[in-house]
Structure formats: C-alpha cells, structure tokens
Ligand binder design. Structure first.
Ligand SMILES: Nc1ncnc2c1ncn2[C@@H]1O[C@H](COP(=O)(O)OP(=O)(O)O)[C@@H](O)[C@H]1O
Ligand SMILES: [Mg+2]
Length: 290
C-alpha cells in the first residue's frame, strides 16, 4: 500500500531582477493506493503531476506531509555511486546526529520509475541496459544475463538483445525501459507520461503490453498521464488533478472488467464526465489566476 499523507510542495523562484516568487505545485494531496492496482493521475500540464510522482518515488522531498510504503516512510533514495555518496555526505553533514541516524538506517523501497523520454543508456545495448540495474542491486554475475534476457523476451525484445537504443523504434525503446524497470522485480512502478512520445497505434500496443506484464507480475502501477483515453483503458482508479494549486479535483473508480474494449459504455460515460470537468476548469480559469 502506498499512502501519501497531506503532501504539499512549495517552490520559491528567484527572478532575474532578484525578486522572489512562491508557487504551490502540490497542495495537501492525500491518497491511498492498494497493492496490485493501476491508478492514474490525470490532469492538464502544470498541475503538479510529475512533482507528486517524484515525491512518491523519494526523488523530491515534500515541503509538508509524508509518503509511506507498507507503513515505512519514503525518504530520498540511497546513493548508488561513489559520486552520489559524496554529494549525499556533503548535503547531510550539518544534520544533527539524530537525523543522520534516521537517514543511515532507512530502508530501500522496491520502486522503479519510467519517464517519457526513454531513460535508457544510449551507449549500452538492450541487454546491457537491463543488466546494469541488476548489477547495482547486487544480483550475482552468473544470474544476471539469463534474468535480463527473460524480461527482454517478455517485453517482446528477444530478437533485439544486442541492438543499441538508436537502432530501436520509439515504441521498442519504451518497451526496453519497461523491461529494465520490471527486471529488478519492484513492487511498484511509477510512470510519468510513458507513452506520450509515440504515435497512437504504438501507444495502444504499449498499453496492452503494459497490461499483460502487470497481469503476469501483480505489481502496483501509478501512471501519470494527460490522456483521458489512456487513463480509462488502463486504470482501476483515476485521480483527477487540477492546477493552481495542484490538488486532487475528483476520483473515479473504473470497474469495467478486463480485457476492456476502448468503446466500453462505462468508459465512454466516464470520459464524458471527465471532459466536462476539464471544460468547466478551462471556462473558469480566469477566476483562479492571481
Ligand atoms: N524545480 C522547480 N522549481 C520551480 N517550479 C517548479 C519546479 N518543478 C515544477 N515547478 C512548477 O510546479 C508546477 C507543477 O509542475 P509539474 O509537477 O511538472 O506539473 P505536470 O507534471 O502536471 O505538468 C508548474 O507550475 C511548474 O512550473
Ligand atoms: Mg509532468
């Protein structure tokens, strides 16, 4: 279970003329996501979706509130390389011994994150890309290759093991990112607009691939998207965010059984309701602006 308790994120921005401004990117968002569910966070750009997802992953610290996974608080990820370790020491050297103790003993959470822009290493082959995080996580050398090949096959890349990302199509690169994330066998995958950069046909195929892999692995998926159809097709629940400040606007359960038809009547009627919410917000936008 992922539990976000009253997450608020405030940014202060210093302008070129040295005046300062504040911006509340996320305001008091509370959310519980049970294991094994697919939950989408849907909203227009700028409503704090990425910020919220990165807070769930521990990549950003919230200004207020906290995130718990299975009852254990999420803090920044542990450093993985020597350079990160040095940065980490520098950052926390002035903390009290108590706080240092808290940071030293914190557990690792089983989270993988996938971004829109195919975060795979261009200088590594598909196989090397999947092996790399296994190495970081301490999997014994002799098990890595077989394990990685298994996940590449599951993602439909069995014939492309030795290709470099530049030799793969956009859809294949995103499947590689998915294989790499799943290979470490996380309990949770956080996805930030993962299919936004590919064409519609490829996107729909990737959605089906994702559902198949989700069924096989039973992981929890939190998906950020601005695509209402994508959220409807994939999710057990849709959380609508609205901007100024980023906050939860509505939540909809999607109970249509899987495999779903994109033209399912429940999906279409929910789509109508969601679109009228967005339209309402756009029509009343001037009321929010400062
Ligand atoms: N590091 C940052 N510093 C200042 N403002 C930021 C920062 N990151 C995001 N923001 C602002 O916070 C708001 C929400 O951003 P973001 O979470 O990226 O929204 P979304 O993913 O929904 O498009 C935006 O107004 C954005 O400009
Ligand atoms: Mg974003």
């Amino acid at each position: 279970m992922i539990e976000a308790r009253k997450i608020t994120k405030f940014f202060s921005i210093v302008n070129e003329d040295r005046t300062a401004e504040g911006l509340t990117a996320v305001l008091s968002v509370s959310l519980k996501i049970p294991d094994g569910m697919i939950v989408s966070i849907l909203g227009p750009s700028g409503c704090g979706k990425s910020t919220f997802l990165e807070i769930l992953a521990g990549l950003q610290a919230p200004t207020e509130g906290s995130v718990y996974i299975d009852g254990v608080q999420v803090l920044e990820p542990l450093p993985a390389t020597r350079r990160e370790m040095e940065e980490y020491r520098r950052k926390y050297q002035f903390l009290s011994p108590l706080a240092n103790g808290v940071f030293r003993d914190r557990p690792k959470h089983d989270i993988a994150m996938i971004f829109q822009d195919y975060a795979v290493f261009p200088w590594m082959t598909a196989l090397q890309n999947v092996i790399f995080p296994l190495k970081l996580r301490g999997m014994p050398r002799e098990r890595r290759e077989g394990h990685a090949i298994g996940f590449l096959k599951k993602a439909g890349l069995g014939d492309s093991l030795n290709k470099y990302p530049s030799q793969l199509s956009g859809g294949m690169r995103q499947r590689l990112a998915l294989a790499r994330a799943l290979a470490v066998e996380p309990k949770i995958i956080l996805m930030d607009e993962p299919f936004a950069a590919v064409d519609t046909i490829t996107r729909e195929r990737l959605q089906d691939d994702l559902l198949r892999l989700w069924k096989e692995t039973g992981i929890t998926i939190v998906l950020v998207t601005h695509d209402t159809d994508e959220a409807l097709y994939l999710s057990d629940e849709i959380v609508i965010f609205s901007p100024h400040p980023g906050s939860v606007r509505n939540r909809f359960a999607v109970s249509a059984p899987r495999p779903r038809r994109r033209s399912d009547s429940e999906l279409l009627s929910l789509k109508g309701r969601i679109e009228s919410l967005f339209k309402y917000d756009i029509d009343h936008e001037s009321e929010y602006s400062i």
